[in-house]
Design a protein around this ligand. Sequence first.
Ligand code: UD1
Ligand code: CA
Length: 459
Amino acid sequence: MTTSSLLTVVLAAGKGTRMKSAKPKVLHAIAGRSMLGHVLATAASLGAGRQAVVIGPDMDAVSAEALRHAPGASIAIQANQLGTADAVLAARETLAAHRGDVLVLYADTPLITEATLRRLIAALDDGANVAVLGFTPDDPAGYGRLVKDGIGDLVAIREEKDASADERKIGLCNSGVMAFRCPDLLGILDRIGNTNAKGEYYLTDAVEVARASHLRARVVEGEADEVLGVNSRVQLAEAEAVFQRRARFSAMEEGVTMIAPDTVFLSHDTKLGRDVVIEPNVFFGPGVTIEDGVVIKANCHIEGADAKVKVGLRVATGAEIGPFARLRPGAEIGRDVHVGNFVEVKNATMEAGSKANHLAYIGDGHVGAKANIGAGTIFCNYDGFNKHRTEVGAGAFVGSNSSLVAPVKIGAGAYVGSGSVITREVEAGALAIERSAQESRPLWAQRFRERMQRRKDRG
Ligand code: UD1
Ligand code: CA
């Protein structure tokens, strides 16, 4: 099978009113990536020659997201939402210029896998002109039913609202994913009418129209949890759960230990090495790479990219993170580094063997190898306008409760006394201490108590 002559058409024009959202439905995310992004990534993995994405009017954000994932895609605008056949026809120009097979995907069906799509396209190689991905849901209500003939060929897809009582008893349903090898697909789509319960142009009617032209239609069956369509926030959460189950399963198959997998949330691009151990309640945002043998203790939040920053995040072999640590975009955690409880690291490198074991903020900085950052140390990186950098040299020791006011440098091997507010460079090997000298008054406490007691006794 060759997919280089394949055109994928992704339908993304639906507003998704049931989502009750300011944002178009297909931009809602599963595991940190939009549903549209998931579908386009899967289509790209097929090696499809061309991609077209059908969007509604005034959907600039959807077209930007489509082009981010599929830079070469043509964007077609469906002016009025007259049904799924009308949506495919919005890409008329691209279809007219295309000579090979056509695969139609719905952007609200994000969990479809490459392997299933390959099986569907293989049905075209086996002689079908139209191949439909079918599935048997627990509850078929709302889905189009697949009507077959005596030899198992597909005769028609009947939308529930148009189905007879007998047709409604059919358990095999339409997932919405269809593949076409029709010399005249545009001709078929143009012949589809809208005389049905919804008054829409149904793509599903392509089956009957094709058969009337003596073309063959076949069903390929897939798993229900791959073709879950997302129309509401509840279904979005269901799709997320399916994705997470798959992602945890494959992480564990590849050598990751999870004590409580159901409490670990992965992103679509989370990379986990062998012998990584993840304790309960850990969340991964996008852009995270964890190398072999890292231990992530309970209750950590780790994200390498957010809506604004997309730099990534890496934790090297042998590091120990948490419990209760937060790693943010641009954190580079070196080999055998310890990042302990209530420590936040952002846009900062911690070189091999350095430690910040408790209660610290390390932002916009560089911590040299084997340096020790004491409890309560803050990198004061922000002056209300700009961010500045803090450099801590190799082997330096920053005493507890120190504020390092950036831009500032602590030289290699230097000591910073506890409680210091460091505003100027500390040279290598020096001690910097910035606090008032300690005063001690012998017997003061006893005299104080006696004086106060006398005052109280006098009334
Ligand atoms: C569709 C199928 C149904 C199938 C079900 C699977 C048709 C007629 N019916 O029904 O057989 O069982 O999916 O989930 O195809 N869209 C547009 N423009 C339009 C209409 C829809 O782009 O004018 C897009 C939507 O954004 C969505 C997809 O097409 O991504 C499917 O449309 P939707 O209205 O959700 O179809 P269903 O009623 O779910
Ligand atoms: Ca739908």
